[in-house]
Ligand binder design. Structure first.
Ligand SMILES: C[S@@+](CC[C@H](N)C(=O)[O-])C[C@H]1O[C@@H](n2cnc3c(N)ncnc32)[C@H](O)[C@@H]1O
Length: 295
């Protein structure tokens, strides 16, 4: 029996379509260009899942990192989409920390993609740790990669994004839960508690978010004493803008208007962001990704 992996909704399909179409275009460029043809291409799916998703039934409502709109039936996940494109990558690396999901991936590859099994590696590990080590230890002169970071919530560390950018050889797709994650972790009338503050710093890679999103507000109470309190001065748009600024600070070029994924009530949830690391390839990469993420 297939391992059931329930997540997402119609917006997930839109996200995966953009990714799949990008992988197709990427491989076309690398096959057509005589210089680029000499480079090995690698697709890395961190937070890989099982290869497919059980789109499930309608749920009662969204949790903090939840999903509130679903349709029934199994649909292709990112791994299946990536393995199904015609012009194959030279290598595929799937990172999945949950043993059951990693086992389902192994089964999927052995069963339906056995011809590609020599090119595929499954890493049953934490994606942040694995990617940081991999980016640091590879020789990037002879290879280029596309990395897809597709977590449920706020699991991607800035150190990972920075390590990816430093290679100058990777194009990055990252799903950032700016509305249902980062923005909600910041209460309106007081700064987040220390645990969430630590997570936000790990995600943005700086403590600058504190001064960007919070400021002191002074109110006079009944006895005319000044009461100071720290309140939120930003909304979800500013949260996303800050993340994009952070991406641009380490990558050659980014898609300036990422694809905003909304639930059925048109409430924004995630932004599908794209950043290109190789200075020579970045203008073309961003042109393609911008086209694919147009709302
Ligand atoms: C949203 S799902 C990925 C869906 C997948 N991209 C797809 O389209 O089918 C996130 C996956 O990441 C895995 N995961 C969660 N935390 C992880 C971590 N720190 N490192 C690696 N995988 C992780 C979960 O077990 C889950 O399978």
């Amino acid at each position: 029996m297939a391992v059931s992996h329930r997540f997402g909704g119609p917006w997930t399909e839109r996200k995966l379509e953009a990714l799949r179409d990008y992988l197709v275009q990427y491989q076309l460029i690398f096959k057509r260009n005589p210089k680029a043809r000499k480079l090995q291409t690698i697709y890395v799916d961190a937070f890989a899942g099982t290869g497919e998703r059980d789109a499930g039934e309608r749920t009662a409502g969204p949790g903090l990192f939840g999903y509130d709109e679903e349709i029934r039936g199994y649909q292709e996940g990112s791994v299946r989409k990536a393995l199904s494109i015609d012009d194959k990558f030279d290598r595929y690396i799937f990172i999945e920390s949950k043993p059951k999901h990693a086992a389902a991936l192994k089964k999927l590859i052995a069963g339906e993609f056995s011809k590609l099994s020599d090119r595929c590696t499954i890493e049953e590990e934490d994606a942040n740790a694995w990617l940081q080590r991999w980016c640091r230890t590879q020789d990037w002169r002879g290879q280029r990669a596309v990395v897809f970071l597709d977590p449920y919530g706020m699991n991607v560390d800035w150190a990972t994004i920075e390590a990816i950018a430093r290679t100058k050889a990777i194009d990055l797709w990252v799903l950032f839960p700016f509305a249902i994650g980062a923005n909600r972790m910041m209460p309106k009338d007081a700064p987040p508690d220390s645990l969430w503050a630590k997570r936000l710093t790990a995600i943005f890679g700086t403590e600058e978010w504190k001064s960007r999103f919070y400021a002191e507000s002074r109110k006079r109470d009944l006895f005319a004493d000044d009461q100071g309190s720290i309140v939120k001065i930003a909304g979800m748009a500013e949260v996303l803008e800050f993340f994009l600024e952070r991406l641009l600070s380490v990558f050659a070029k980014i898609v300036e208007r990422p694809l905003i994924l909304e639930n059925s009530k048109h409430t924004p949830m995630y932004a599908l962001c794209f950043a290109a690391g190789n200075p020579a390839g970045a203008p073309t990469a961003v042109k393609i990704a911008s086209h694919l993420t147009k709302s």
